[in-house]
Design a protein around this ligand. Structure first.
Ligand code: NAD
Ligand code: MG
Length: 379
């Protein structure tokens, strides 16, 4: 179990819930970071008394420094500040709750500094999985999944003998628009896309859930975390978000992990593994829920999931390109510059315009493919 954490992206949905868990279990917090939301960061710094906080936006960092002048908390700005937080010497585990590929370099900095990782930032593994997994092995650190599906699989795998796994079954809520036709999706609004049925999350992942891109990113994330190929990762729509994922074993026994839709359960397991401690999350009442439903995903309507599978099969830099195109497209959709269906269209275009069959890739190539894709799409 961890005693001391650094929380990257502490002002976001996962960051705030991580601090709930830290508060409940008296886990010390040595560093906090955010993009620019300094009011909440100041509050968090006053409560948790970390050694340092870092703000990506230099101007906001300057303001926070003045606001925290009466404390001993050190305030850093810019990307260097975020990287310093990722390597903070007092922390044994770094929780990466940054959104987007911006989390990749901090993830690598933390691993190289010998920190265990509690990873919520799935884009890190989608864009840079090969490098991240190599560095994890080299540094001998542990990588604990925070994403609820991957935490569920990790939990199901406890006590599972080597070689017994047949396939992973990732559950998906289906997001805000499950059951809609392409015709209906052609004029949905940003506001309606942001209404997730079960989870309250950051804006980017909520849109990713509505397009099913989130499940595509999670298939790639799962393939790196558990060393499983695309063909052995099934996706199953399960509207209630009670079964967080399952594993099927060689003998066709299926093991599932269930719970209320509360991210503090997987966050806490990543921090207290292998312990099981009391949780702030509510108990699951299956009698009240009464029934659970399942359906196959509609890949003809929601194109992002099959596009991610295609990128994973092609390997190399294709997942990096799919992720970058999605980040640009989601931003444009949120700014009402493109329609909902154009998100998948932009990813499809970016993948078909990209040609590179190299499988062994370097960090520089990942960063370059990410940047070039963004530039081409005007992001
Ligand atoms: P969020 O938007 O609520 O929070 C993001 C955090 O990252 C904020 O603290 C923000 O200040 C910081 N940030 C944003 N851009 C940054 C940048 N360029 N550099 C440094 N910091 C930056 O997002 P979230 O919903 O908490 O999601 C965080 C990550 O966790 C994502 O990768 C998401 O896919 C994953 N995740 C989230 C949930 C959830 O329930 N929210 C569940 C599973 C996985
Ligand atoms: Mg998830």
């Amino acid at each position: 179990m961890t005693n001391h954490i650094a929380v990257l992206g502490s002002t976001g949905s996962i960051g705030v819930q991580t601090l709930d868990v830290a508060r409940m279990h008296h886990i010390r917090v040595s560093a906090l970071t955010a993009n620019n939301s300094i009011r909440l960061l100041e509050e968090q710094a006053r409560e948790f008394q970390p050694d340092m906080v870092a703000v990506l936006d230099e101007e906001a960092a300057g303001q926070l420094k003045i606001a925290l002048a009466d404390t001993s908390v050190k305030v850093l700005g810019g990307q260097e500040g975020i990287l310093a937080a990722a390597q903070h010497e007092a922390a044994d585990t770094v929780v990466n709750a940054i959104v987007g590929v911006a989390g990749l370099l901090p993830t690598l900095a933390a691993i190289r500094a010998g920190k265990h990782l509690a990873l919520a930032n799935k884009e890190t593994l989608v864009a840079g999985g090969s490098i991240v997994m190599q560095e994890v092995r080299k540094a001998g650190v542990n990588l604990y999944p925070v994403d609820s599906e991957h935490s569920a699989i990790f939990q199901c795998l406890q006590g599972c003998p080597e070689g017994a796994l047949k396939k992973l079954i990732l559950t998906a809520s289906g997001g805000s628009f499950f059951g809609k036709t392409r015709e209906e999706l052609s004029h949905v609004t940003v506001e309606s896309a942001l209404q997730h049925p079960n989870w309250s999350m950051g804006r980017k992942i909520t849109i990713d859930s509505a397009t099913m891109m989130n499940k595509g990113l999670e298939v790639i994330e799962a393939s790196w975390l558990f060393g499983v190929e695309d063909k052995d990762i099934e996706v199953l729509i399960h509207r209630e978000s009670i079964i967080h994922s399952m594993i099927q074993l060689k003998d066709n026994a299926v093991i599932a992990q269930l719970g209320t839709a509360d991210m503090r359960i997987p966050i806490q397991y990543a921090l207290t593994y292998p312990q099981r401690l009391p949780s702030p999350a509510k108990e699951l009442d299956l009698a009240e829920i009464a029934s659970l439903s399942f359906a196959p995903p509609d890949n003809a309507t929601f194109r992002c999931l099959p596009l991610c599978r295609e990128a994973l099969q092609k390997g190399g830099l294709y997942p990096t390109v799919a992720n970058a195109a999605n980040e640009v497209a989601v931003q444009m959709f949120l700014q009402e510059k493109i329609s909902f269906l154009e998100i998948a269209g932009m990813i499809e275009q970016a993948l078909s315009d990209f040609h590179c069959d190299k499988q062994e890739i370097t960090l520089e190539e990942i960063l370059c493919a990410d940047k070039e894709t963004r530039m081409k799409l005007g992001g």
